[in-house]
Write a protein that binds this ligand. Structure first.
Ligand SMILES: Nc1ncnc2c1ncn2[C@@H]1O[C@H](COP(=O)(O)OP(=O)(O)OP(=O)(O)O)[C@@H](O)[C@H]1O
Ligand SMILES: [Mg+2]
Length: 191
């Protein structure tokens, strides 16, 4: 697994700290080792690329940082909080306050429009100090899908859905995670 830093930190305390992390899944009596000896530190303003071959644990590592799972061994800190020492409820609150996630499978509620889907996470987030509707319109424009705001998710193409899934930046998260967020986009749109 290659972990590459692409920018300089703005300073301050680490936002994410992973040390000596091992992660395995257990299915019945079978243990599937996935991550071993993973160390990384992420400070405010830093951009990190994680690259490895398919099935080797990229999403598993991202899920840990996303507070969806805990390490089997070692320590994972998000905003200084040790994931292994937190309850499921505390993890959900930390995730809701600090993290947003853009993924290749675009989580959408099928009965809501693209615009309503984008606004959905803002109902649970108390950090917003801007008008979420205005911000959502701006982001749809940046993503060049402003003519799709009132369409249901299944009416959007794969690439349009992917661009829509990036719009959750609306919550101005401390940590933005992306798991293959541009796989369905052409190279110009992806960059
Ligand atoms: N919940 C789970 N239970 C059991 N095994 C799992 C679970 N999630 C992932 N795995 C296994 O862990 C390994 C790593 O999975 P992961 O999804 O992290 O891979 P990945 O590097 O993201 O792959 P890809 O690039 O194909 O998305 C795989 O062998 C996968 O089958
Ligand atoms: Mg993956």
């Amino acid at each position: 697994m290659n972990i590459i830093k692409n920018s300089l930190p703005e300073g301050g305390f680490p936002i994410v700290g992973v040390s000596n992390v091992r992660k395995s899944y257990v299915i019945g009596s079978l243990e599937i080792p996935v991550l071993s000896d993973i160390d990384l530190k992420l400070e405010r303003g830093e951009l990190l690329d994680i690259m490895s071959s398919s099935g080797s644990g990229n999403s598993t590592l991202v899920n840990l940082i996303d507070c969806l799972d805990r390490p089997t061994e070692g320590q994972a800190l998000v905003r200084g909080r040790d994931l292994n020492r937190m309850s499921d409820q505390e993890l959900a609150i930390l995730k809701g306050l600090e993290i947003d996630f853009s993924i290749r499978t675009f989580n959408s509620v099928p009965l809501l429009t693209a615009f309503e889907n984008v606004l959905l996470p803002t109902f649970a987030n108390m950090r917003i100090n801007i008008d979420p509707t205005k911000r959502a319109r701006e982001l749809f424009k940046v993503m060049e899908i402003q003519n799709r705001v009132n369409h249901r998710p299944r009416k959007l193409s794969g690439g349009q859905s992917q661009r829509r899934s990036i719009v959750p930046l609306i919550n101005d998260p401390t940590i933005l995670l992306a798991d293959e967020p541009t796989g369905n986009l052409d190279s110009r749109t992806g960059s």
